[in-house]
Unconditional design. Structure first.
Length: 157
């Protein structure tokens, strides 16, 4: 494995771990921003149905909540993990292009790291995630039944 592939593998591992932390946090948050009779159990369920279906009028509240949580996890990362994730940001790519011979460490932008994680990992996970509650909400006429799997059939951890 060459250095570039190793760095990419390490970056993917850090991004996956952080994504799973955010998902687990949202699964534990039982605040109901959708209707009381939605059948959705937690914020993660609500995010999934909105990413797979249609975003609600209060989608910005969800986005702000996810951004706040992801930022708090990013802020707790060690310098090595921040560096790995920073390599995926547009700011890093611009800096690398403009400073090809520079041996200094590039500036780390936690806002861009947060947006990278949300756009490239968390929201795509929400697009793929499913459980009985999500399927029932998205397909109310189906005979899904009341069987429920707590974390979805796609585990990302």
């Amino acid at each position: 494995m060459n250095e570039k592939d190793l760095l990419q593998s390490l970056t993917n591992d850090v991004a996956k771990k952080l994504t799973n932390k955010v998902i687990r946090f949202l699964q534990k948050d039982t605040t109901n921003l959708s209707s009381d009779d939605s059948g959705l159990k937690n914020i993660w369920d609500q995010v999934c149905v909105q990413k797979q279906g249609e975003e609600s009028y209060c989608w910005e509240v969800y986005e702000d909540h996810i951004t706040m949580i992801t930022t708090s996890f990013v802020d707790s990362l060690n310098q090595n993990d921040l560096y790995l994730l920073n390599r995926e940001t547009n700011e890093f790519l611009d800096w690398s292009f403009e400073n090809p011979e520079n041996d200094e460490s590039p500036p780390i932008n936690t806002y861009e790291i947060t947006q990278f994680l949300i756009d490239d990992h968390i929201f795509p996970a929400a697009m793929e995630w499913s459980n009985a509650r999500i399927r029932s909400y998205l397909n109310p006429d189906s005979d899904e039944g009341e069987a429920d799997d707590n974390y979805g059939f796609r585990h990302f951890f």
